[in-house]
Design a protein around this ligand. Sequence first.
Ligand code: GDP
Length: 184
Amino acid sequence: MAARQRSDDDYDVLLKVVLIGDSGVGKTNCLSRFCRNEFQTNSKPTIGVEFATKQLTIDGDLVKCQIWDTAGQERYRAITNAYYRGAVGALLVYDVTRQKTFESIPRWLSELREHASADMVVMLVGNKTDLKDQREVAVEAGQEIAQREGLLFIETSALEGSNVDEAFSRVATEIHSIIRKRRL
Ligand code: GDP
């Protein structure tokens, strides 16, 4: 018998999580690593919002994470309100080998404050830790800004697959626990 496709009604919780950060930091590859366990070395040709989903079980609840990727729109500063609408979590990604992408964090945070809900769970993600010889941003610098701005923090390598699942899972778990408390 063919397996029945799940509908949104089958899930206890649906979460929209957005990826933001400068172009080339590895947002698309974090998404494809988490949702499909894939890594792409070539840069993507398409422009436009894309999303992928992944199912998690958190505290016995079936949670569907819908993860949105800018797919290049950030290059043109063209991320719209619709991108952030309904999002309960964000991964703000920078590239640990490019200081410039780290310096963009305040701009991304102010964009979040302008468009996103105030209680959104935000995680700062320093990606490309595999490029050890090219590191320009110390782990302590990431920790410091995360602490100051009240963000979760992690460093990842989408290439090696290190900490990528943890990044998304921690954000989803944090959101889930906030939703649970509200239900009580
Ligand atoms: P986006 O523009 O932020 O979505 O970035 P992409 O996911 O398209 O990645 C940009 C480039 O960085 C591509 O050439 C990827 O192969 C590369 N890249 C992404 N993540 C990593 C990583 O963790 N390590 C290394 N070495 N390269 C990465």
